[in-house]
Design a protein around this ligand. Structure first.
Ligand SMILES: [Zn+2]
Length: 550
């Protein structure tokens, strides 16, 4: 009956519509779908939201300021899962999904089946192209379990669109470019060359080889690293020399000016920790633009760029350093160059541009403590020792933990089965032994998150970040302001400094403005899909940010 009623409703509608010829003519006249010539996505690796404004007065008119003035900014944009790291971030931006579904739960994870650690973009079935450094090139997106917005664009245009990913970090180039990419290029720090893998092609395109032969990294390193402005003008940052700052290879102190001498075996690795890392990324992106003729064909092309350098610098010197400020002032100039080049190549208004980040970063623990703010460094070694001792006391001798990574413990399920112990039993022992440990907020069983003693907000972040096959069994929830390790600063937690990042859309189809409504990183890809009038990626869980669309 329901089916019959439905047909009955449809028939009169068809009959009524046919005689109204003027309206019918208008509604059926052939209208072409309009799309931008080119989409350019920029992920800044470790850009916290407040960097828009912290250095605002020193930005040029053509970079960050132009984007803020002419684009649409989401001012309360956050990650929607807890483990805020590079690979998970790039995957989530481009899939509109979350680690629980796309499977990129960290930069690496432990694989219970093979009993070994897996790197997010490793692929032993493919070979390096453009280098003799085999390990740097055995990479592909095969561990990503869903499609990307770049894939969906290729599918929607019957593979006529060209999609290319570029970043110093392999994962920053490969994950955004997706499974169907026309190319992905990353930096080999041993040879100083941009490379790819046999997943994409059997030899480097001529334009990549030509750029490599210019030996730009060696040339730029010779010029060292001086501050862009006189150093006394860096009033947004702490004094240059701080006890917690990392010393670049060859440097006696963490102070300007830096001579840049690489280390043997990894001669060009140092460039990633200097503004020259962003410069060579911009340069190779512009080579891709012109030599691949991006934005000049019938179908929309997509250039996905990730600037990895701010992450290296943030870790080494911390977000309050002169080095960090200098990186952002110079990235601003690089972005201005990029936008000017795009204006010239495809025309202002003909390209759709967006800028976001893969995660934020925590301020330096020591700096917070100096200012009486709550912060600390976890002694992971001591925590692991106490946990192992407590497990032995509770259950007898046994190798209960296979490994720990990303503040998660991967348990030895063979031992648990043999001793008839559950994950919950182990979790309870871990919770009891860390109850009075500073910096540990909680210990939760990732298989039983439904009953975990966590607040609703964090519970959602951990649920979104937990993949049934790839995540660990037990999660150490750290307290706000705490981190493991001795590096100046880090990220990877569920707190605002790690989750709150920029999202800006600019150009084709975008209405300038801003919103203070809470938006999620998962919204990025479906919003792009709406602008491009294509299907969103298959794991997408975000919503379209409709207010930014013209
Ligand atoms: Zn990082």
């Amino acid at each position: 009956m329901i089916r019959f009623a439905f047909l009955f409703c449809l028939i009169p509608a068809c009959l009524i519509a046919q005689p109204v010829s003027p309206m019918s003519k208008a509604s059926t006249s052939p209208q072409l779908i309009t799309r931008p010539k080119l989409v350019v996505g920029v992920v800044v690796d470790q850009m916290r939201y407040d960097y828009w404004y912290r250095y605002y007065n020193k930005y040029t008119d053509g970079g960050f300021k132009r984007l803020l003035r002419e684009g649409f900014t989401c001012r309360d944009h956050h990650y929607h899962y807890a483990l805020t790291v590079t690979a998970a971030g790039h995957a989530s931006v481009y899939t509109g999904s979350q680690p629980a579904m796309h499977g990129i739960v960290g930069n690496e994870w432990y694989d219970q089946r093979s009993g070994r650690r897996v790197y997010c973009v490793e692929d032993s079935t493919v070979k390096a192209v453009g280098t003799t450094n085999a390990g740097a090139g055995s990479m592909s997106p095969k561990n990503l379990m869903v499609s990307t917005i770049t894939d969906q664009l290729r599918i929607a245009t019957n593979y006529q669109s060209k999609t290319i990913g570029i970043a110093l970090k392999d994962r920053g180039a490969i994950l955004p470019a997706g499974h169907t990419a026309n190319g992905a290029y990353w930096f080999d720090s041993k040879t100083g060359n941009w490379i790819t893998s046999s997943f994409y092609r059997t030899e480097l395109p001529q334009w990549v080889s030509a750029y490599n032969s210019k030996k730009r990294p060696a040339e730029l390193m010779k010029s060292g690293w001086q501050t862009l402005l006189p150093i006394e003008q860096y009033t947004e940052s702490t004094a240059d020399d701080q006890r917690y700052e990392y010393k670049l290879p060859g440097a006696q102190k963490s102070v300007f000016p830096y001579d840049l001498a690489g280390q043997s075996g990894d001669v060009f690795g140092i460039i990633a920790s200097t503004p020259h890392g962003n410069t060579i990324t911009k340069e190779i992106a512009l080579e891709a633009l012109t030599h691949e003729n991006l934005g000049k064909g019938e179908a929309t092309d997509f250039l996905a760029i990730s600037f990895s350098t701010p992450d290296y610098v943030g870790h080494a010197f911390g977000p309050n350093s002169v080095e960090e400020e200098d990186i952002y002032l110079r990235l601003d100039r690089d972005l201005a160059d990029l936008l000017t080049a795009l204006d010239g190549w495809v025309g202002k208004g003909n390209y759709l541009f967006f800028l976001t980040a893969d995660h934020g970063v925590m301020d330096v623990v020591d700096l917070w403590k100096d200012h009486h703010l709550p912060a600390g460094r976890l002694n992971i070694g001591a925590i692991n020792t106490a946990i192992k001792a407590a497990l032995t006391t509770a259950f007898g001798d046994g190798d209960y933990i296979r490994t720990s990574d990303n503040y998660q413990f991967y348990l030895n399920h063979d031992v648990l089965r043999a001793k008839k112990i559950t994950v919950q039993d182990v979790c309870q022992v871990m919770r009891d032994v860390t109850r009075n440990t500073d910096g540990v907020a909680n210990v939760v069983n990732l298989h039983e998150l439904g009953t975990a003693s966590l607040n609703d907000y964090q519970l959602t972040l951990y649920k979104n970040g937990t993949h049934a096959k790839r995540s660990g069994d037990i999660q150490l929830v750290i307290e706000p302001g705490w981190m493991a390790g001795s590096i100046a600063a880090s990220h990877g937690g569920p707190y605002a400094y790690d989750t709150h990042i920029p999202l800006l859309f600019y150009g084709w189809g975008v209405k300038p403005g801003e919103t203070f409504a809470r938006t999620s990183v998962a919204d990025t890809a479906p919003t792009l899909a709406a602008l491009l009038k294509i299907l969103e990626p298959n794991g997408s869980v975000g919503k379209v940010i409709g207010t930014l669309i013209k």
